[in-house]
Design a protein around this ligand. Structure first.
Ligand SMILES: [Zn+2]
Length: 170
């Protein structure tokens, strides 16, 4: 007379059926993806999407895609529980902002490399020039170290500013 007449091991219900307090049928759509030892997975999915919606979504998918669908639903649901306002969109947009900042930094660094190469080219061509009279030679000696110092201090402050703030504020 007992419904659980079939002797199937412990017959422990999956996490979904346990939470919904229903009998876990042999063909339970949740059972493969919500094992009893991970109750939190179904709890958050149920909270955000609702058990019957999850059931419907899984039924509409071919079986080989259900596991991925469950993974993404669990991810989305957990993000929504953590961040009730933005959910996983919050994570996506914060990563997008990081990409934008890093692309800007990359562009600046590439511009800096071009700038330094040009500077190197002009200073090396200066050195190749024939020796100048003593008076102007001493003035060019005075000029070149200070100008290179200026450029290196500029590039240093640029990286300190951009990298320091953006990296640590994220
Ligand atoms: Zn079940």
């Amino acid at each position: 007379m007992e419904d659980g007449g079939r002797k199937q091991g412990a017959m422990s219900p999956c996490a979904a059926c346990k939470l919904l307090r229903r009998r876990c049928a042999q063909d339970c759509v949740f059972a493969p993806y919500f094992p009893a030892n991970e109750p939190q997975k179904f709890a958050s999915v149920h909270k955000v999407f609702g058990a019957s919606n999850v059931n419907k979504m899984l039924q509409e998918l071919p079986e080989h895609q259900r596991s991925d669908a469950v993974s993404s639903m669990v991810y989305e649901a957990n993000a929504r529980v953590r961040d009730p306002v933005y959910g996983c969109v919050g994570a996506i947009s914060s990563l997008q902002q990081q990409v934008d900042v890093l692309q800007t930094q990359l562009a600046l660094a590439q511009a800096e490399v071009v700038h330094m190469k040009m500077h190197q080219a002009t200073t090396s061509s200066d050195q190749q020039q024939p020796p100048l009279p003593v008076a102007s030679n001493s003035s060019s000696e005075n000029l070149s170290p200070s100008s290179s110092r200026l450029i290196s201090s500029q590039s240093k402050s640029l990286f300190d500013m951009d990298m320091g703030e953006s990296l640590w504020s994220c």
